[in-house]
Design a protein around this ligand. Sequence first.
Ligand code: HC1
Ligand code: SF4
Length: 564
Amino acid sequence: AKYMIVDGLRAEFTDEKNILQVIRNVGIHIPTFCYYTDLSIYGACRMCVVEDDKGNIIASCSTPPKDKMVIRTNTPKLHHHRKMILELLLASHCRDCTICEKNQKCQLQALARRFGLYDIRFKNNRPNYEIDDSSPAIVRDMNKCILCGDCVRMCNEIQHVGAIDFVNRGSNMIVSPAFNRKLSETECVNCGQCAAVCPTGAITIKKSKGKVWNALFDPTKRVIAQVAPAVRVALGEEFGMAPGENSIYKIYTALHMIGFDLCFDTSVSADMTIIEETNELAEILSRNEERRYPLFTSCCPAWVRYVENKHPELLPYLSTSKSPMEMFGAVLKEYYKPSDEECGLETFNVAIMPCTAKKMEAEREEFIRNGKPDIDAVLTTKELASMIRELGIQFADLEPTAPDTPFSIRSGGGVIFGTSGGVTEAALRRLAERTNPALQEIRYSGVRGLEGIKKFTIEIGGRAVHTAVVSGLGNAETLIGLIESGEEHFDFVEIMACPTGCIGGAGQPESFLEDKKKRSSGLYTADKSALVKRSDENPVVTKLYEDGVLKDRARELLHVHYKA
Ligand code: HC1
Ligand code: SF4
């Protein structure tokens, strides 16, 4: 076996791409700011340096391991070097940690503590930058940026959005949209993945907590919470529970304690989305026409924005079925309207989402009816966690409670929406005959799993239906290329902007791929124990269509047309 000598220890390696990985394998956590396993290697922060046996200092993240290489991770030279970098970073960094959203989750703070930095010898020579809070979801505070470039690489390489980049030179260098524009004036899709990888408080998510507390304290408001599928398998992580552990019934308990009047599951309206979307697909398939483009899902608002910005030619091919969040928003406002009028109340819809782009979706004019948005506020998973903490609720110890009636049943199909492939699987369940053997097969191949592009073909009604499932906007761009060149043809394509789907949303607790895998399995476990598996067999939803608010009004309440 190949090996290195790390601090006198023998460290074997096989296909590790850099020394940093080999060092981590022997149990030493080398400090770094710009090394993020899911991104390309940048080698900018120089914190991960090590010394070889000739006294050369090398960046461990960008140097491949060599057989019999000898290195040390802790020498006087390295010690001095790391402290110097930290001091220089801190000198030009705003240090109001107590009121920073990243307090106790910040890499810079953690390393300053780890290296025992108590006073800074250098003066701040960086200008004071104005905070950019123009975006509906994302806040940029360049006074806290350490130029690691993670956000730039996420936005450009993984998401292919290209809203931000390094600008200016020398000590004036910052990460910014081109021409110093505000984020709201760029092609940013609000997926928030830049904030998800930011090691400090330089890019954070806009908070809606204040608005929600005000509504909760207002006796004239009927405050309703809906909880997205992916939230239940991640929120517990903030309270010491394992990733993937399903805490939905504790979430209902906590929401009632906080003061919400009614608590529901967005999976209920995901069942409505499936019914409407599969109606569209069935209609398209029945036409039996040559179509260059598939029916694209449209429940991810960041993907919709991406199409509007970069591929307006695809707008006519987006499903007109609203996202589950917006469907529920409209249905709840209509359902409670008579009783609101009678009691002098106003329904205030709060959506608890793994997502930052949902904050933007909620503000879109398409979802404002009679001058009021159908969704009044969107809280991320982390914002809900912070409300729970604020009240001192011991979340992990809570007793479970059920969702409120009458929207208390959801199908398994509605729950798996939160992981990449879930929408497609739920749609195929509805379209295919129950006895279709391919439905069993899905479980083992095809649409499940966290790969960025998955393809699956199923026989329905005597014809082959070709589907693709994509997560990550860079992957979406690749697939669009294949479709536009005529190389591939699909009937139905699910696209989620965040790598791995909503479980990897930027509103979720900080996580790595391993955690996301567990969150995904958590949703499939919930599906396994669901009494109703198919969305169209959800009795709560079918009743709404038969003699509830959706009778003769599904078109009006559940569809939207995005125009160029
Ligand atoms: Fe999602 Fe969806 S799955 S978009 O990722 O279709 O946010 O979880 O709520 O609306 O249901 C997000 C998750 C969520 C919608 C549903
Ligand atoms: Fe939001 Fe989900 Fe889309 Fe990410 S994939 S932007 S979490 S809807």
